[in-house]
Design a binder for this molecule. Structure first.
Ligand code: SF4
Length: 695
């Protein structure tokens, strides 16, 4: 096989890749110079994708109760058990927990099966842990989950504010892009993060904010902008509601007050505020440090408020910009993969929207209210409410907060199905039925990156043994549940075509998500589909939103929100005196199932660690390389101490990646509480009060 143009398996930058199969199961990987997300650049994870293609550790056959089975036996059993459970206990007794690593076509049929045919909204995704607060913040401000800008804005901005984002490690190619602009034309970068990271090192200004100080910081900025006469009164009069209330809410946020809430000096605040106030072209990039918080949605709206108040949104080089963690978190939220959304950005609470979706699918039913979000879904497993669970393409026994309790909750469920590419994970060992899924390089479909750009993932390797694409596994089960005619797709092209047609409903409802130009897409055009942003315009067109208003609310105006700084969710005391922050490292991904296969990637960091300030390390009596025990009321992890001045006193950091397979006590999410944002349902993964002792 010759070169195949595809898309990286990892982060939401969505880099284009050219894969050249080597004929023995591997491939040579280079960046795709024609892809507008990366123009040929790749980071270490993308470059080494060819190292991760071996079949070692792969789940290659269906398994029932630990015994190899045929596909027919496995899908018969899954369909029978789900049908019996629904008949006996109702549709809300079953649940799907899916993943931002699924392709859009997989996500689409999973959502269609659960919401349109089973009749429950109990489908949620690990994207709930990634960007649900951005979705909720967008909906509150814009009326829809719309990312206003594009990557091209990074090339046009004069100031980039990076909030809660270690872009250099987590979205490296975007970081390379802004560093090039910094070097070539003096773009200024401000990084707001409690830790000093690789991103902070390259920034013009690093603000080492106290954990959870973001609402106070941006409320203070809004007040400063008002006092400095930088409000765009004309834009607000035409396009924004809620301005007066939002300004009233920020009245108390003087420099002194914000300083007391953020730990930043008044001088630091004034320098940042002044830089923001005098720069017209500002992009605020935010990521998990904003979203993964019990006030994550308020943080998002505090950021958006500043852009709306100054009219700095939708123009070249202007706007708030949420960058997603996973390769297809965006595609999932587009097709309704969250428990509180319908496909095409329609609202589950809206009866007109429900009718439109049900008519489109000609489906027997549709839920009338939101389903269980991730944390609540596993609580419902523990309480016995969920009696059949299907986990697709993710490892919640490692990645969910209170991970030990989540593993125990899955064990309570009567019937557990896991589709995965890996045979043994902390979650697959809990399953009654294992279904072997196709992996990256073996499956075909589309993903959407952080700038709304749809790209093809293309197969360049044969399906190994009995592995099947996720869309096919889901459709095979749906057929056996009695809905054969509605899930009779011959391939991902037919699913994509139906999905693109369904976005007509978004247009009809006055929403943003328009792929209708692709609704008659031929097989050949789908095969050769070039990366394309939505809204998809026949002429290419301008893909930014909101320069001239046009928000997706009833009066086409955006909403500024009056938001308030909350008391710290992590209460430190003598037993738990440190604040734990969790996150990624540069060369690993999620729960290591792919990146641990590359020796090159493991050279960077090969074991779990706890980064700790020298003063705290001295108090505890530990040095770099000592083992330390991290405790909370929910669990214990044992990690290698890494003494570093990158941490502030009283704060520690641990990576999220390590699983029971790689490090018996390295699972840091066992200590994290399941506190969630009340609006978005996203868990607080960035602020946990912990105790630390030498092991
Ligand atoms: Fe892949 Fe993200 Fe790296 Fe691009 S930046 S190569 S999408 S991991």
């Amino acid at each position: 096989m010759s070169d195949v143009r595809t898309t990286c398996a990892y982060c939401g930058v969505g880099c284009g890749i050219i894969a050249t199969p080597d004929g023995s199961g591997g491939a040579v990987i280079v960046g795709d110079a024609k892809h507008p997300a990366n123009f040929g650049r790749l980071c270490t994870k993308g470059t080494t994708l060819g190292h991760t293609l071996s079949l070692e550790d792969r789940l290659l056959n269906p398994m029932i109760g630990g015994v190899q089975a045929t596909w027919n036996e496995a899908t018969d059993l899954v369909a029978k058990k789900f049908k019996e459970t629904i008949e006996e206990h109702g549709p809300d007794s079953v649940a799907f927990y899916v993943s931002g690593q699924l392709l859009t076509e997989d996500y689409y049929v999973a959502n269609k099966l659960m919401k349109g045919f089973i009749g429950s909204a109990n489908i949620d995704t690990n994207s709930r842990l990634c960007m649900a607060s951005s979705v909720a913040g967008h909906k509150r401000a814009f009326g829809t989950d719309t990312v206003p800008g594009t990557y091209a804005d990074l090339d046009e901005a004069d100031l980039i504010v990076l909030v809660g984002s270690n872009l250099a490690w987590c979205h490296p190619v975007l970081h390379q892009r802004i560093i090039a602009a910094q070097e070539q034309r003096g773009l200024k970068i401000v990084n707001i993060d409690p830790r000093r990271t690789a991103t902070s090192d390259m920034a013009d200004m690093h603000l080492g904010i106290a954990p959870g100080g973001d609402v106070a910081l941006f409320n203070g900025l809004l007040k400063y902008l008002g006092d400095a006469g930088k409000i765009d009164a004309e834009y607000i009069a035409k396009h924004v509601n809620g301005f007066a209330d939002a300004m009233a809410a920020v009245t108390p946020y003087s420099l002194g007050h914000v300083s007391s809430l953020t730990g930043l000096t008044p001088q630091e605040l004034e320098e940042f505020y002044c830089t923001y106030a005098k720069t017209e072209r500002v992009v605020t990039i935010y990521s998990q440090g904003v979203n993964q918080a019990s006030d994550g949605t308020d943080k998002v709206n505090a950021i958006i408020n500043c852009h709306l108040a100054t009219g700095r949104i939708g123009g070249a080089g202007q706007g708030p910009f949420s960058v997603t963690g996973q390769p297809n978190a965006m595609g999932g939220r587009e097709v309704g993969g969250l428990a509180n959304m319908l496909a095409a950005h329609l609202d589950i609470e809206n009866p007109d929207h429900r009718d439109m979706v049900q008519d489109f699918w000609n489906s027997p039913t549709l839920p009338t209210q939101a389903g269980l979000k991730a944390v609540d879904m596993f609580k419902a497993c523990a309480s016995g409410k969920i009696k059949a669970l299907w986990v697709m393409c993710t490892n919640p026994a490692v990645s969910m907060p209170r991970a030990d309790d989540v593993a125990a909750a899955i064990e309570v469920v009567d019937f557990v199905v896991v589709s995965d590419i890996v045979e043994e994970t902390d979650t697959t060992v809990l399953a009654d039925v294992l279904l072997p899924a196709a992996g990256w390089g073996e499956k075909d479909g589309t993903v959407t990156n952080s700038e709304r750009r749809i790209s093809r993932q293309r197969a360049f390797l044969p399906l190994p043994e009995q592995a099947r694409p996720d869309w096919k596994i889901i459709c095979d089960v749906a057929k056996k549940m009695g809905w054969g005619a509605d899930f009779s797709y011959q391939g991902p092209h037919e699913i994509f075509k139906e999905w693109a047609s369904q976005t007509y409903l978004s247009v009809l409802a006055g929403k943003d998500l328009d792929l209708t130009a692709l609704s008659e897409i031929s097989v050949d055009r789908y095969e050769g589909l070039e990366p394309v942003q939505w809204p998809v315009r026949p002429d290419g067109g301008d893909t930014r939103f909101f320069e001239n208003g046009g928000f997706f609310t009833s009066d086409a105006k955006a909403r500024m929100l009056a938001v308030h700084a909350q008391a710290n969710s992590a209460i430190c005391d003598l037993k738990y005196p440190y604040i734990l922050n969790t996150g990624r490292v540069r060369d690993h991904w999620h729960t290591l199932t792919r990146t641990a296969k590359s020796a090159v990637l493991s050279q960077h960091i090969s074991e779990p660690f706890l980064q700790i300030n020298a003063a705290d390390a001295a108090d505890i009596g530990v040095e770099t390389a000592d083992l330390v025990q991290v405790n909370s009321p929910y669990g214990t992890a044992v990690l290698r101490a890494q003494v570093s001045d990158r941490q502030q006193v009283g704060q520690v950091f641990a990576p999220l990646h390590w699983t029971g397979q790689f490090s018996a006590k390295g699972r840091i999410d066992v200590v994290v509480p399941d506190l969630v944002d009340p609006v978005s349902g996203q868990p607080e993964l960035k602020r946990t009060a912990v105790g630390i002792s030498k092991f």
